[in-house]
Design a protein around this ligand. Sequence first.
Ligand code: G
Ligand code: G
Ligand code: MN
Ligand code: NA
Length: 254
Amino acid sequence: LQVEAELRCAIETGELRLHYQPQIDAATGRLCGCEALVRWLHPVRGLLPPDQFIPFAEQSGLIVPLGEWALREACLQQVRWRDAGLPPLDVAVNISALQFRRRDFVATVARVLAETGADPARIELEITESALMDATPELVASFDQLVALGLTLALDDFGTGYSSLSYLKRLPLRRLKIDRSFVDGLPDNPEDVAITSATLSLARDLSMDVVAEGVETEEQRTYLRSRGCGAMQGYLFSRPLGVKAFGEWARERT
Ligand code: G
Ligand code: G
Ligand code: MN
Ligand code: NA
């Protein structure tokens, strides 16, 4: 309960930060986008990773204001980068199931886009399979409305949840993110190879793009590129970086 009160306060007083992990175009090797990942700059405990507070945020419902803050901040950052003359970047933001399920979610997103002036075509919302467990007609409708706003929808942690594949048919998802637990064993582990190549082929047949997460080795990169994976993210390229470090990283590579 103490953490909850502290986190509520942190959102209001501006102790949260976004770090950005580069995403690389597999064909060209160039920076094509980034994923925004929240951190808590705690006055006593230092920079806290999300696994130390996102679970509390989910339990308490604070993930709703936290998630809105993250979306707004990512949109503002995209505008700052644009104003600073960086080449246009896709920015992906993680959205919790609790956020998606709120009746006012689409209106909130529309308001944040309007207030920040961000380019919706370059904002991607990442949702996890668990958020789609019971994709009601209302949920499907709100996905269509988000696409109508110009946003891209991506499915995070693909293959790790309990959902059926039918949501791929019903929902306007543009990208699949291959979970790093499957990238880990590439290219030697036969199960990881089977799951990854099946995912890539499924995505190709459904005209979806794929991002592989947790790419750490040259061998993983070579394998994924040879199998037609469009984009990659992982420590091989960069850890998530603060705004300043990300800007320097990006400038060195364009
Ligand atoms: O940065 P790190 O790899 O520690 O992130 C761990 C996980 O925390 C991410 O995979 C993501 O699921 C979650 N996470 C990070 N930032 C956000 C956020 O802004 N909103 C939500 N809902 N989850 C986030
Ligand atoms: O949204 P998601 O939960 O997938 O967030 C990605 C998480 O994975 C972040 O917490 C990020 O710090 C972490 N991560 C990113 N790249 C790598 C990597 O190459 N290896 C490992 N082990 N973790 C990574
Ligand atoms: Mn993610
Ligand atoms: Na993920």
